[in-house]
Ligand binder design. Structure first.
Ligand code: BGC
Length: 715
C-alpha cells in the first residue's frame, strides 16, 4: 500500500492533492439525484476527490466512471452518506436504540445498515454520533446515545464495529466517521451550533471518552464539530485535532470537517477571511474540507506562498488515499456498485425483522397504573373498542425520525395499522385531533366524538420528525400546545387512557404523568414503529427499555442529569438554604436508567467479595434479582459507584456496569459484576488519571435513583 500510494502522490499536482482533500455534496432534485454543474467540472479536473449524498448504484456508477475514466490520474471517489439509523430500512433513532442497552442489537443495526447502504454504493457513513448531551433542548440528542459517558462509550464502539466489520475491503463494510469532535452536545442553552465552554476536567471526564472508545474500536475517520471550545472553533483547534486526537490517542485515519465548518471560522471571528480559515484548519490537523471548497481554492496558493509545507499536504493526501486503498477501491473502483446486490438487499427480510426487534427493545414504559383493579397495560385483545387519537397515530413519515434522508415512508407501519394487525377483533375509532403546531385544533371535536364511543383511549402524541435533529432546538420541550389541549379535553371524558409518546428527545410531560394512568415512551422507531408499539400495547412483547437520558420536570430544571455533584448544601426539604428550587423538587420527572415492565423485579442480597480493595484486586458484586410478577420479562440491572471523598469533588453516582437479563415469573438470578482499579480512576486534582484511597459506595438497582447499597474501602 505504501509504495503504491507514494508513487501516486509523486505523480500528483498540488491542485490534485488539494482535490483529494475536498468533499462535495450531491443534491436530490425532484427528478432524481443531481450534482451541480460546477462540481462536475471540479470532479473531472481532479479538484473534487470525494462526494456525499450521491447514492444508488446507477448514479454512483456514473460518477465513479467519471473519476476513474475522465480524470488525469483516475483516483476513485469516496461516497459518503449520513447513514444514521439505517439506509432504506429505518431503525429507531439512536437515542431510542440506546434505550435497549443492548450492545449486540446496536452492533447488528450498524452491520445491517452498512450492508444495505454499501449495496447502494455508499462506502463511508457519517456515524456514529457520540456527542454526550445533558440538554434535551438540543435537537440533536435524537442522534446520540444520551447523557452517560459509560453507556455512550459502549454504544460508540458497538457501532464502529458494526459499520466497519473486520475487513474494510469486504464490500458490505464501510468507513465509520466519529462525530462531532468535540463536545458539540454541550452547546449553551441547548441552542444548536452555539458556544461550548467547559473545564478540561469535564471535557476529559465526560465528553471525550466516547470518541476515544470509538477510536479504540477501530474508527477510521473523525468529523470536527461546529462549536468553539475554549474560544477556538473545533475545525481550527490544534489542541483537539492534533494534540489530543493524534498525539495523545494515536489516531492514524483522516479528519473531515463538518459541513462548511472551515468557512464558518470567519463569522466565529478567529480569522478575517476564508483563506486564513483554510490555513488555520489545515495547520490544526484537519485533512478534508466538507463542502466549503476552501482547501481546493487556497491550499495551492498557501503552498506557493510558503505558508504551508507540501510535505504536510502529502501527509493528509496519504491518509485519504490509504482509506480508499483499504476499501479496495484501487483494486476495483466499482466494488460497491453492483445492481443485483442492491436489488436483493434493500428492505430484505433480515433488515425488516431486525428493525422490528430493535423497535420493540427501544420502547420505554414510563407509567402503568391500575384502573378498575388491574394494571391498564397490556390491553386485552378482547376489548371491544379503542379510540386511537393523535397526529402520530396514522403517520408514516414522522415515525422515521430525524436523519431518515434515504428512508422510505411508504414502507412504514403506522400505529393504526399495527393495532389492526395485532388485535384484529378490536374496533378502532381513529381521529387525528391535533397537529404539531400550537394552534392546530381543527380536529378536536371529531377526536372527542371518537373517544366517547370507545372503551379505552390511546393517544399518539409527540413531535414530528422535524422537531428534533439538527437545527431543531426547542425552548419549550413539552407537547405542542394543541396536543396538550386535546389530551386534557379527551381526559375529561373519564375513559381509561394510554399515552404513547413519540419524540426525538425527552419531553417534559408533568401533566401527563400526573393525570394519565399509562405512558409509553416510543421515541421515533423507524419502519416497523407501529407494529412494535402495538405488540407492546397488547402484551405480545413485554417492554424492557430504560432511559438513556433524564426527563426533566420542566425546562427550568435543565441541565438535570443523574451524575451531578452533591454541592456543599445538598437538598434538605426542611432547610430553605439548601440547593433546590422553590417551585419544583430536584428530582427529575423520570431518572436516567428508568423504565418499567409488565412484570416486577425485586432486588435483594447485595454482597461484595471484599470490603477492603487493593490495587490489584477485583471486586465482585453480586445481587439477586427475582421476577415477582406474572410475565416473563427482561430487566436491565445497573451498577453505580460513588467515590465519597476525592481531591476534587466526585459525582453522586456513576454508571459502571449493567446487565440485561431475562427472567420467567417466579425465577431469580444472581447477577455478578466485576470491578477493577480502572473503574475507580478519575482525573484527580493534578489531572492525573488514577484512583485515590478512600471510601466507596456501590449501588445496584433498576435505575439511577433506586437500588441496594454496599460499601468498600480502596487502599
Ligand atoms: C451535520 C453532520 C452531517 C453533515 C453531512 C452537517 O450539517 O452536522 O452531522 O454529517 O451535515 O450531511
Amino acid at each position: 500500500m505504501s509504495a503504491f500510494i507514494d508513487s501516486l502522490i509523486d505523480d500528483m499536482t498540488v491542485e490534485e492533492k488539494a482535490g483529494q482533500l475536498t468533499l462535495y455534496t450531491s443534491g436530490w432534485a425532484v427528478t432524481g439525484p443531481q450534482l451541480r454543474d460546477d462540481y462536475l467540472e471540479e470532479l473531472k479536473a481532479g479538484r473534487a476527490g470525494n462526494l456525499f449524498n450521491a447514492h444508488t448504484v446507477d448514479y454512483a456508477i456514473k460518477l465513479q466512471k467519471m473519476a476513474v475514466e475522465e480524470t488525469r490520474l483516475g483516483i476513485p471517489l469516496l461516497f459518503g452518506l449520513d447513514v444514521i439509523h439505517g439506509y432504506k430500512t429505518t431503525f429507531p433513532i439512536p437515542l431510542a436504540e440506546a434505550s435497549s442497552w443492548d450492545m449486540d442489537l446496536i452492533q447488528k443495526t450498524a452491520r445491517l445498515s452498512a450492508r444495505e447502504a454499501t449495496a447502494a454504493g455508499v462506502n463511508w457513513t457519517f456515524n456514529p454520533m457520540v456527542d454526550i448531551s445533558r440538554d434535551p433542548r438540543w435537537g440533536r440528542v435524537a442522534e446520540g446515545s444520551g447523557e452517560d459517558v459509560y453507556l455512550g462509550g459502549l454504544i460508540a464502539a458497538a457501532k464502529v464495529k458494526g459499520y466497519q466489520g473486520d475487513d474494510l475491503s469486504d464490500p458490505s463494510t464501510l468507513l465509520a466517521c466519529v462525530k462531532h469532535f468535540a463536545a458539540y452536545g454541550a452547546s449553551q442553552a441547548g441552542r444548536d451550533y452555539h458556544t461550548v465552554d467547559m473545564s478540561d476536567r469535564v471535557l476529559r471526564e465526560t465528553y471525550l471518552p466516547p470518541y476515544k472508545a470509538a477510536l479504540d474500536a477501530g474508527a477510521t475517520t473523525f468529523m470536527t464539530s461546529f462549536n468553539e471550545l475554549d474560544g477556538v472553533p473545533a475545525s481550527g483547534s490544534k489542541y483537539l485535532m492534533t494534540e489530543i486526537l493524534r498525539d495523545e490517542w494515536g489516531f492514524t485515519g483522516f479528519v473531515v470537517t463538518d459541513y462548511t465548518a472551515i468557512n464558518e471560522m470567519v463569522p466565529h471571528g478567529v480569522v478575517e477571511n476564508e483563506k486564513q480559515a483554510a490555513e488555520l484548519a489545515f495547520k490544526a490537523g484537519v485533512d478534508m474540507d466538507m463542502q466549503g471548497g476552501l482547501y481546493s481554492r487556497y491550499l495551492p496558493e498557501l503552498i506557493k506562498e510558503g505558508k504551508i509545507k507540501e510535505s504536510m499536504l502529502d501527509q493528509c493526501v496519504r491518509r485519504i488515499l490509504e482509506m480508499k486503498y483499504k476499501l479496495g477501491l484501487f483494486e476495483d473502483p466499482y466494488r460497491y456498485l453492483n445492481k443485483a446486490r442492491e436489488e436483493q438487499t434493500l428492505f430484505s427480510k433480515e433488515l425488516m425483522d431486525h428493525s422490528l426487534h430493535s423497535a420493540k427493545e427501544s420502547i420505554v414504559l414510563l407509567k402503568n397504573e391500575e384502573v378498575k383493579g388491574a394494571k391498564l397495560l397490556p390491553l386485552s385483545k378482547s376489548v371491544k373498542s379503542i379510540a386511537l387519537i393523535g397526529p402520530l397515530a396514522d403517520n408514516q413519515k414522522d415515525m422515521l425520525g430525524t436523519w431518515h434522508m434515504s428512508g422510505d415512508a411508504s414502507k412504514v407501519v403506522t400505529l393504526l395499522k399495527g393495532i389492526k394487525e395485532t388485535a384484529p377483533e378490536v374496533t378502532v375509532h381513529y381521529a387525528s385531533g391535533a397537529g404539531f403546531g400550537d394552534s392546530d385544533m381543527t380536529g378536536m371535536d371529531e377526536a372527542v366524538r371518537a373517544a366517547s364511543k370507545a372503551d379505552i383511549v390511546i393517544m399518539a402524541l409527540g413531535e414530528n420528525y422535524q422537531q428534533s435533529g439538527e437545527a431543531a432546538s426547542r425552548s419549550d420541550i413539552g407537547l405542542p400546545k394543541s396536543q396538550q389541549l386535546l389530551m386534557e379535553k379527551v381526559h375529561t371524558l373519564g375513559k381509561p387512557m394510554v399515552a404513547v409518546v413519540m419524540a426525538g428527545r425527552p419531553l417534559s410531560m408533568t401533566w401527563m404523568e400526573e393525570n394519565i394512568p399509562a405512558i409509553v415512551n416510543a421515541w421515533h422507531l423507524g419502519t416497523m414503529a407501529g407494529k412494535a408499539m402495538a405488540e407492546v400495547l397488547f402484551g405480545d412483547h413485554v417492554p424492557s427499555g430504560k432511559l438513556p437520558m433524564t426527563f426533566p420536570r420542566n425546562v427550568g430544571q435543565i441541565p438535570v442529569f443523574y451524575n451531578m455533584k452533591n454541592t456543599g448544601r445538598p437538598f434538605d426539604e426542611s432547610n430553605k438554604y439548601t440547593s433546590k428550587y422553590l417551585d419544583i423538587p430536584n428530582d427529575p420527572l423520570y431518572p436516567f436508567g428508568y423504565g418499567l415492565s409488565y412484570t416486577s423485579f425485586d432486588y435483594s442480597n447485595i454482597a461484595l467479595s471484599t470490603e477492603e480493595l487493593a490495587r490489584t484486586d477485583t471486586l465482585s458484586v453480586r445481587v439477586k434479582v427475582t421476577n415477582t410478577g406474572r410475565y416473563e420479562g427482561k430487566e436491565i440491572v445497573q451498577l453505580y459507584l460513588r467515590d465519597l471523598v476525592g481531591s476534587v469533588t466526585r459525582p453522586v453516582k456513576e454508571l459502571k456496569r449493567f446487565k440485561k437479563i431475562n427472567l420467567k415469573p417466579g425465577r431469580s438470578e444472581t447477577v455478578h459484576f466485576k470491578l477493577t482499579y480502572e473503574d475507580l480512576c478519575f482525573y484527580t486534582r493534578d489531572m492525573s488519571f488514577k484512583a485515590e484511597p478512600g471510601k466507596f459506595k456501590v449501588f445496584v438497582g433498576p435505575n439511577a435513583m433506586e437500588g441496594l447499597e454496599a460499601d468498600f474501602d480502596f487502599n
